[in-house]
Design a protein around this ligand. Sequence first.
Ligand code: PEP
Ligand code: MN
Length: 345
Amino acid sequence: MIIVMAPWATAEHKQNILDQVGKMGLEAHLLEDDRRTIVAVLGEERPMVELPFESWPGVERVLPVLQPFLLASREYRGENSLIKVGPVGEGKDQVVFGGPEVQVIAGPCAVEFEEITLKTAHLVKQAGCKLFRGGAFKPRTSPYSFQGLGAEGLAILRRVREETGLLIVTEVMDVHEVDLVATTADVLQIGTRNMTNFNLLKAMGGVKKPVLLKRGMSSTIKEFLMAAEYILSNGNPNVILCERGIRTFETYTRFNLDINAVPAIKHLSHLPIIVDPSHATGLWRLVEAVTLAGVAAGADGVMVEIHPDPQNALSDGSQALKPEKLPPLLERIKGIAGVLGRTLG
Ligand code: PEP
Ligand code: MN
C-alpha cells in the first residue's frame, strides 16, 4: 500500500504515520522528493486495506498496490531509477543504467587464464565498452564442466580493472562468498539459477554495490520482480534487471529471449532492464539480431559474451562472438539507440 502525504503535511504528520505503521508490525519506507512524500507500507496487503489511514492527519490519499511487489513498482516510483556503477570520485564518470544511454557489458562467459582474459579485456576496451563481464564462480549445468577459477579468477578480474579501467560485472553464487566477490565486482551478478535463492537475494540487500539480477529461466515477470523486491526491501535500491531468455518448447535455440518482458517491465517497474542475447540464443549467429531487437524494444543495455577463440572456450563457446564482431555490433546498437532518441553508453 502507498500512502500519499498531502503537500502541507508536517514532519510530525509523517512521523506519526511511521510510528503507527510500526506499531502494527508493518514496515514503512519513506520516499521524499521535491514534489511529494509517500510512505510505502510493506506487508500482506489484505489486513492493511482495513486500516483507516485515509482519515489520518496529513494524508492525501491511500493507494492499494495491485501488484505483489511494491518497492519495484512504478506506483512507488514514477520515474526511472538511475543505477550508477563504479567508484565515485576517481576522475572517471560513473556508468548509469536506466538513463538515455544504452550500456554494453562484454566479456567471456568465464574468467579463464590470465593472458587470454587480459587480451579479451583490452579488445573490449578498444571497442569502446566500459563494462567487462566474466564469471569466476560459474553455475554449470554439469558438475563435470569447468566450474570457474574462484578467488583466482577474481584476482584476474582485478588486474583487468587495473590495466584497462573497465568496470567489472561478475557472478556471486553463494551467500558465504558475497563479501569476497564484492571486493572485486563493481556489479554483482545473480544468475538465472539463483533468482529464487532468497537467502542470497536477502544478502544482496546488504551490499553497497549494484546488483545485476537475471531472470529465472522458468520464472514469470511477476516472480522476477518479486525477486528484485527481496533485494530492494532488504536495503539495496541498486538493482539492474536482465532478461536472459526463458524456457519454451523450442529446442533450436538454448532459451528464448522474452522480448515482451522489456516493455512489460518498463511499464511495471522503475528499474532498468537489460537483455542477454548470448544466453538467450546459445548461438553466436543469432546474437547480433537479438541484441538489436532488445535495444529496439527499449532495453537499457545489453550483455554479450566475447571470446577470442570460441572453439576452445572453457564454457559457452558456441554463443561467444569473436572480438572483431564487437565494433560493428556497437555501431548498429548506436543506430537503433539513435532512432529511439538514445545514445550508446
Ligand atoms: C552468465 O551470465 O554468466 C550466466 C551463467 O548466465 P545465466 O545465469 O543467465 O545462465
Ligand atoms: Mn555463459
